[in-house]
Write a protein that binds this ligand. Sequence first.
Ligand code: KIV
Ligand code: NA
Length: 278
Amino acid sequence: KQPLTITKMKKMKQSGEPISVLTAYDYPSAKLAEEAGVDVILVGDSLGNVVLGYDTTIPVTLDDMVYHTRAVARGATSTFIVADLPFMTYRLGIETTLRNAARLMQEGHAHAVKLEGGADIADEVAACVRAGIPVLGHIGLTPQSVHQLGGYRVQGKLEREAKQLIEDAKALEAAGAFGIVLELVAEPLAEYISSVLTIPTIGIGAGRGCDGQVLVYHDILQYTHDYKEKRMVKTYADIGTTIRGAIGAYVADVKSRAFPAEEHVFPMNQEVIQGLYG
Ligand code: KIV
Ligand code: NA
């Protein structure tokens, strides 16, 4: 099977087939996502929160992204992979942006990169696209700007904000982005933005009018102890409870000497053993 292409994603929008996107951060998560049939894997800088234990995505480095993207690429060899450019790596000029985006593709083996921002980064997006680097945009709640935005709030509820988001979406499309993530955007606005673009929108907390949906691996699987219910997330398993229970059973087995049992150990020739004891 060949990975999806950005051309096919546009056709999926035209034909009304939703695009399924899930994050993954390492070999096993990528392998399972691919086997389950996701259309696109996003190596999100959300790995800062869910894998590395930071409070925000701001401490995530380009090296972190390269390292995780490469592991994902080894696990999902037939899936289109998008990797996030982390905080500040595309805000220091065109040349730095190109160099950093190139690392995600050359060293990380991503097919495309994602940048947070709208009209303000249209030049960076256009430069990447000219250089052969497909770009997925990301507007609405942009977690790298959480301190500037003043928290994780729904975006575009005021008319001025809504108009800005529409302008940002159009600027990203004009700059050559192949799609745009809409995060925490009120449903009617996300639906309107989706209707005025020819490129697909991928929503997270942006409602039913988007051309695709993206969620975080650890969220849908409840793969954390401190998982809290978020309105935009639907959970499909409780892996955290399963894993904790399994580890607890292992610890109990070691303490009670139920593990290792006969079937887990390696026997030895009786004569050799006697020789040992003299
Ligand atoms: O980092 C991430 O996982 C993301 C998605 C939530 C869109 O950017
Ligand atoms: Na991200």
